[in-house]
Design a protein around this ligand. Structure first.
Ligand code: CP
Length: 325
């Protein structure tokens, strides 16, 4: 007997005609502005439900396979928490070396295996395009949790949801992305999504870590103003969202290049004196020195709240692809 939902947006019956039922989530390019409003509406409801009741049975009986070929704390544990908050359960494969991957099993075969046991698969993999390869092999929905330096769509969705919840608006913002814009897949996805909201984008990075040309061309095609800088000083005062990234040591071919740029920018209370009082600082985390812990108590430091918003967005996405939202 289905339990009665307390929310009009969270019906407990499975709706196979729901727009996202059975779909893969591979790229932010799949999302229109209307889609985003829908996702954020559901995520907002999820937030309310977690605050009111904690855990509920929307996905009772459903199983998520959480398949991570690369390290993760937030994405992996928030998808686990999301499924469990919704009453479902999880097959965790966070150390592929203990799975048959270590015996040489291919990604498509691993996916075909897991979908025998699970209703949805979340995949993080070091190679760009791996989520699309998995989706081709799978009959069940694949959610891309980061494919190399390609995309991290669920992070971009939670980033945008954070901005919406924190600033109360998404249109016409000045967003400054700082740090490793070459290897930081989260900024590639977020820049693409922000084109839907007429953002002005500033890119501040060392010369060797500039935003990739193909991302800039895609964003430019949408009529968005993008400006590149080597220093934060020129743009901090006008910034509504400062999105800080870690320099991704693991993606450098030559560690000497990493050493040259690793400490290029550090956000601390002194630097932030030049910023507005009504703005936010975000970071996908983990951080390794680019934001001083001395700044953590500043109300503009939104990066820990950002992690929590990720739970609600991932609850929404799981419910959507399983036809329950
Ligand atoms: N932001 C993010 O993807 O963090 P994890 O690598 O810990 O999942």
């Amino acid at each position: 007997m289905p339990t009665q939902s307390t929310s009009p947006h969270l019906p407990f019956g499975e709706n196979k005609n729901a727009p996202w039922y059975g779909m893969d989530i591979l790229s932010v390019k799949q999302f229109s502005r209307t889609d985003l409003e829908y996702v954020f509406g559901v995520a907002h409801e999820m937030r309310g439900m977690v605050e009111r009741v904690g855990t509920f049975d929307l996905l009772k009986g459903k199983i998520l396979a959480n398949l991570f070929y690369e390290p993760s704390t937030r994405t992996s544990s928030s998808f686990t928490a999301a499924m469990e908050r919704l009453g479902g359960s999880v097959i965790p494969i966070n150390e592929v070396k203990y799975s048959s991957v270590s015996k040489g099993e291919s990604l498509p075969d691993t996916i075909r295996t897991l979908e025998c046991y699970a209703d949805v698969i979340v995949l993080r993999h070091p190679e760009t395009g791996s989520a699309a390869i998995a989706a081709k092999a799978a009959r069940k929905p694949i959610i891309n949790a980061g494919d190399g330096v390609g995309e991290h769509p669920t992070q971009a969705l939670l980033d945008l949801f954070t901005i919406s919840e924190e600033l109360g608006r998404l249109d016409g913002l000045t967003v400054t992305m700082l740090g490793d814009l070459k290897y930081g897949r989260t900024v590639h996805s977020l820049a693409r999504l922000l084109t839907l909201f007429g953002a002005r984008l500033n890119y501040v990075s060392p010369e060797i870590l500039r935003m990739p040309k193909e991302v800039m061309e895609e964003v430019a095609d949408k009529g968005i103003v993008q400006t590149e800088f080597g220093s934060l000083e020129k743009v901090l005062a006008e910034t509504d969202v400062l999105y800080v990234t870690r320099v991704q040591k693991e993606r450098f071919e030559d560690v000497a290049d990493y050493e040259k740029v690793k400490g290029a920018y550090v956000i601390d209370p002194d630097v932030m004196k030049a910023a507005k009082s009504e703005m936010i600082v975000m970071h996908p985390l983990p951080r390794v020195g680019e934001i001083s812990p001395d700044f953590d108590d500043d109300p503009r430091a939104a990066y820990f709240r950002q992690m929590e918003y990720g739970l609600y967005v991932r609850m929404a996405l799981l419910a959507m692809v399983l036809g329950k939202a």
